[in-house]
Ligand binder design. Structure first.
Ligand code: NAD
Length: 254
């Protein structure tokens, strides 16, 4: 019971990594998990499947200030405080050379992946401080550590979250708030199906094989493996770790 009595907020909570992490946090004794995502029906179904007595949710767009203020407030109204903030919501955008990339998709990807993380800390820090400190975990990507052609905006957004993480770690330390970022390689879920199709329309399986050859351990990660790392960073076992960039990538960035 590594999270006994803890309260967590998870953005992207109805998605692959977010939902697996909610399940893991609850199994480790979390007293409450508040899920944040775009679609109310998906959130309601997730809460019902997990543990309705310990799961709350807010349908919100993490790229909008008022929505982030609302999910933060609703989590506190439901559970009294927040100890763990998993800023995990993200969008992949499209696969397109920089010269053809639409401005509207740039704004969406940067809005969710970067502004969403900044707003999460902006509204979350005062609440975590009131709880006596806590842990913020940001889901970046191997795309935050290396380049890949034709996903320039996703790559840029995931590099940018390292800047937010480092700033948050320094501003949070005096308040007892730790901030770290995790950097998954491809994970076997919806987002990769979308990217495989983008890289190789009609030949997603081939694209998957190509990605796998770039991962020394020879396979994609799983949602559950990402949840294990988030659990470690949420728990007291990582109490002396802040400001860290942590790849979880089967060796892809070695
Ligand atoms: P996913 O698509 O299953 O989950 C992402 C979730 O974020 C979705 O449920 C989506 O509805 C939600 N979301 C999107 N825009 C939002 C918004 N404006 N407001 C609130 N919620 C929003 O994919 P996932 O793999 O679980 O993604 C989680 C995180 O992991 C993302 O930040 C992603 O970039 C990162 N990541 C994923 C992979 C991968 O291979 N899947 C690899 C590296 C990093």
């Amino acid at each position: 019971m590594r999270l006994e009595d803890r309260i967590a907020v998870i953005t992207g909570g109805a998605g692959g990594i977010g939902l697996a992490t909610a399940r893991r946090f609850l199994a480790e004794g979390a007293a409450g998990v508040h899920l944040v995502d775009l679609d109310a029906d998906a959130l309601e179904a997730a809460a019902a499947e997990l543990a309705p007595d310990r799961v709350g949710w807010t349908a919100a767009d993490v790229s909008r200030d008022a929505d982030v203020a609302r999910y933060t407030r609703e989590a506190v109204e439901r559970f009294g405080r927040i100890d763990i903030l998993f800023l995990n919501a993200g969008v992949e955008g499209i696969v397109q050379p920089m010269t053809d990339y639409p401005e509207a998709v740039y704004d969406q990807v940067m809005g969710v992946n970067v502004k969403g993380v900044w707003l999460g800390m902006k509204h979350g820090f005062p609440v975590l401080e009131k709880a006596g400190g806590g842990s913020v975990i940001i889901t970046s990507s191997v795309a935050g550590l290396m380049g890949t052609p034709n996903v320039s905006v996703y790559t840029t957004s995931k590099h940018a979250t390292i800047g937010l993480m480092r700033s948050g770690a320094l501003e949070g330390a005096p308040l007892g708030i730790r901030v770290n970022s995790i950097h998954p390689s491809p994970v076997d879920n919806r987002m990769m199906r979308s990217l495989e199709e983008g890289f190789a329309p009609g030949a997603a399986e081939e694209a998957k094989k190509t990605f796998e050859t770039r991962i020394p351990l020879g396979r994609y990660g799983t949602n559950e493996e990402m949840a294990d790392l988030a659990l470690f960073l949420a728990s007291d076992e990582s109490r002396f770790i802040t400001g860290a960039v942590i790849p979880i990538d089967g060796g892809m960035t070695v």
